[in-house]
Design a protein around this ligand. Structure first.
Ligand code: SAM
Length: 269
């Protein structure tokens, strides 16, 4: 999963929107608007085409400066094409492996969606240091949490999920990935820094209306676990065929968690 296409990000966005925890999104917005120091600045990490911008705008975000950070210029250009005329956007082509150059000056909130399961523990640690320096909050939505439940069930669901969760921890360019531990680790790292944390479930609940997404998800999972995890090739093919055959009628829950972390209140000395 080193490259994310516009088509894949578009395909998952409806499920992401339905899944995003509305209480945490509202709290994030309240934090953004609770400071009267001018137009709030948001830095969106791994912005893709701007899904967090779209989600928070739908929740009422207005008149913010959006600094979109991604290493993929095609995704940034697409974000600019879609929103450059309606929003104040500063685009930054940058690698999140180097957080020292992250443009955090004046930032009220750092956001991300579907990102932290891809990053390593040391990226989170480095980010926590930068957040503290700038007393910025963090709103990290849609971190995969290791749960995937299929209906109807298949005998290979358990072994496939165990292999997939192992694969989720592979290095995808940002160090050994946190995978299903992302929300827990964010909670630990920012709790250690004195931040107040809120965590809420934000599962994809996919049914027949999401068949197009499910039909992409299934081969993606099968290909991720095909080598190196001891699964029988023929059995895996049968699992994939079974899952695809039920994509338009079955159900699937993919667990995620949203995290909001806000800095401690500043006390006068
Ligand atoms: C799963 S996508 C999520 C995109 C967007 N936040 C969304 O929810 O649609 C992960 C994003 O992180 C970006 N990304 C991955 N590795 C990165 C890196 N090393 N530096 C900067 N961005 C990275 C990808 O280009 C992609 O846009």
């Amino acid at each position: 999963m080193s490259g994310f296409s516009v088509a894949w990000l578009d395909l998952r966005e409806g499920a992401d929107n339905a899944a995003r925890n509305t209480t945490l999104a509202a709290q994030a917005l309240a934090w953004l608007t609770s400071d009267d120091a001018g137009m709030p600045i948001i830095v969106d990490l791994g912005s893709g085409t701007g899904s967090t911008l779209r989600a928070l705008t739908r929740h009422g975000a207005d008149n913010f400066v959006w600094r979109l950070v991604d290493h993929n210029p095609a995704l940034l250009n697409e974000a600019l094409r879609r929103h450059g005329k309606t929003h104040i956007i500063e685009d930054y082509e940058a690698d999140l492996l180097d957080l020292t150059t992250l443009p955090l000056t004046g930032t009220r909130l750092v956001t991300a969606s579907a990102l932290f399961d891809l990053v390593s523990l040391s990226v989170v640690d480095a980010l926590a240091v930068r957040l503290v320096q700038h007393q910025a909050g963090l709103y990290a939505a849609l971190n995969y949490d290791g749960i995937t439940q299929w209906n109807p069930p298949h005998p290979l669901d358990g072994p496939v999920l165990a292999a997939f969760n192992q694969d989720q921890r592979r290095d995808k360019g940002l160090g050994l990935a946190l995978g299903p531990d992302a929300a827990d680790y964010l909670q630990m790292a920012l709790g250690r820094a004195g931040y107040t944390l809120w965590i809420a479930d934000s599962p994809w609940e996919l049914g027949p209306d999401d068949a197009a997404l499910v039909c992409e998800l299934i081969p993606g999972i099968a290909s991720a676990v095909a080598d190196g995890y001891g699964l029988d090739r023929q059995a895996l093919q049968e699992w994939k065929d079974f899952r695809l055959a039920h994509a338009a009628t079955g159900h699937c829950v993919v667990g995620h968690q949203d995290v909001l972390a806000l800095p401690p209140a500043l006390h006068a000395t």
